[in-house]
Unconditional design. Structure first.
Length: 540
């Protein structure tokens, strides 16, 4: 599949790339970050491992001590971490060029060391800096180099060999990396291969702007049944069907209300799903036997290209095991599903990070079934008042189960000092909205948005929970966020992650296929057909 467990990396020069080049630095007050560095690195932090490789000749000259350099390096790593960016490792060459060491750039000594230690894919990696040797450093081992005009870049531009990428700053370099990654997938035929897989009845994981989806041809019941099999998803939970043009709705729905059209014109492509009356041709396994179908048009260019080249609407829930955390990177998909699916398309980290908003037009009044990437306020500004209903007995749209998006570690939203006494001497993690609480003594803290930005918090939510869940904690305490705009979607996901699993017969479906060996796609389809016959018999 077009996804490798070997990770690509970006090797960053320090002075002139991340921080202003101010000569030999000894004091933290002398460190000045380029303001665009934080936002640029956040865009690729979940897709690439990040390393700093810095030449500090001041040590070799006796002007700086190793402790001076380590102080500055640690400060840079800590500051980036506070901004949500992890530096995997810092490599420092302490020599001058005339000392003839093996680690000084453009010798690829540190790149090769990192590749061995962290199992890197150097063919998909980059080196970035403001000197020609920063670029050659990566090119010498098959990585791509990008030269920056910040720092000493303007001064040394004439030294560049031919056909070297030049960027104005780190942000421009990262944008080029993301575009090149997208272009390379097109050139290598990955999307074309994925489309052929869909056409042949396979299942493919692909990126959208919300989360990664697990897709199949919406008109192929056996292929859709395999989605349920892979996810271990109960089939009373319907799927969202993804289209690339509004015209595609003619294949799926009987009518489109005028208010639904207004929402499409305003928010499509984007993170908004509409529940509309379905045509008989849409398989019942997609809609769980409901007379409606959930449809949306994703904004991510890879998702759009995949649907276009597949030539069919694609039914796709999130690409994770049922009830577990939704994946926002290809790596998250690989961790959970691995070789159970045919192919994973890597489109980098998802922009929105929480699932789409769902609005139903099944009743007389539009109803918000699930908050998500488009806020209630935005929707009502277009079509007026929208009904906001409580949990329904019958699942009428994806993601409406009381417990969903759940990590292995228990999550608690509402707590008091009294309720936490039973966790004394236990390992507790804290999921903070903007800043940690001083009174809480936690083993680890994840901050969703230091700026208090709900959109940033939503984009970071699942990744932050996933990192806490990997720490073998006894409990995760989650701080509530303001329930306005995207705050509704965040709190909806947190409540479902911390909810109690239903135990009534009405809430839990018992598969007939269980207890007789592996539960297959055919079993799932037979269950649907058998249930249909039973329901018909009851009606008769």
């Amino acid at each position: 599949m077009p996804f490798s467990s070997r990770r690509p990396a970006i090797f960053l020069d320090r002075d002139g790339t991340l921080i202003e080049d101010r000569g030999y630095l000894r004091c933290l007050s002398d460190v000045v970050f380029y303001p665009e560095a934080f936002s640029a690195l956040r865009r690729i932090k979940d897709r690439y491992l990040l390393f700093i490789v810095t030449n500090q000749s001041g040590i070799g000259l006796g002007v700086l001590s190793p402790e001076d350099v380590e102080l500055i390096n640690n400060h840079i790593v800590k500051t980036l971490a506070q901004e949500g960016v992890t530096i995997t490792k810092v490599y420092t060459c302490p020599h001058t060029r005339d000392q003839g060491c093996q680690c000084i750039k453009p010798n690829p000594y540190f790149i090769l060391e990192a590749a061995r230690e962290f199992n890197l894919d150097l063919s998909r990696s980059f080196s970035i800096g403001d000197h020609s040797h920063d670029v050659e450093f990566g090119r010498n081992v098959g990585a791509k180099g990008i030269f920056l005009l910040t720092g000493h870049g303007q001064k040394h531009r004439h030294e560049l060999p031919s056909r070297i990428e030049v960027a104005g700053n780190i942000e421009e370099a990262i944008i080029r990396i993301l575009k090149e990654d997208m272009d390379s997938q097109e050139k290598e035929g990955m999307i074309r291969q994925a489309a052929k897989t869909i056409q042949k009845g396979g299942v493919v994981a692909f990126p959208t702007e919300t989360v990664y989806g697990l897709g199949a041809n919406a008109f192929n019941p056996l292929a859709v049944a395999r989605i349920f099999e892979v996810k271990k998803r109960p089939h009373f939970d319907p799927l969202i069907v993804h289209v690339v043009r509004q015209h595609d709705l003619k294949k799926l729905v009987t009518e489109t209300p005028s208010k639904a059209i207004k929402l499409m014109e305003r928010f499509w492509p984007g993170p908004l799903t509409l529940v509309l009356s379905k045509k008989e041709e849409v398989p019942d396994i997609v809609t769980s036997g409901l007379p409606t179908v959930a449809v949306r048009m994703p904004k991510h260019p890879i998702a759009q290209s995949l649907i276009e080249q597949s030539g069919c609407p694609i039914a796709a829930p999130s690409a994770n095991l049922f009830g577990q955390l939704s994946p926002t990177t290809a790596g998250h998909v690989h961790e959970q599903l691995r070789d159970q699916i045919d192919l994973i398309l890597d489109g980098g980290p998802c922009e929105v990070g929480v699932e789409s908003t769902i609005v139903s037009f099944a009743g007389e009044t539009p109803a918000l079934l699930r908050p998500g990437g488009v806020t209630l306020e935005e929707i009502e500004s277009v079509i007026g008042a929208v009904e906001v209903g409580s949990h329904q007995e019958k699942i009428s749209a994806p993601g409406m189960l009381p417990r969903h998006y759940a990590p292995r570690t228990p999550i608690m939203i509402n707590w008091s000092e009294e309720s936490l006494k039973v966790y004394k001497n236990k390992k507790i993690g804290f999921l903070a909205f903007q800043s940690p609480m001083d009174a809480l003594k936690c083993s680890h803290v994840e901050i969703l948005s230091k700026k208090g930005d709900l959109r940033e918090a939503a984009a970071n939510l699942f990744s932050a929970i996933r990192r806490l869940d990997a720490l073998d904690l006894d409990l995760i305490l989650a701080e509530s966020v303001p329930e306005t705009g995207l705050g509704r979607a965040i709190m909806d996901r947190l409540r479902r992650a911390s909810g109690i699993i239903p135990t009534t017969q009405d809430s839990i479906h018992t598969f007939r296929g269980k207890g007789k060996g592996r539960y297959t796609s055919e079993d799932l389809l037979n269950d649907r057909r058998l249930e249909g016959r039973e329901e018909d018999g009851q009606k008769k």
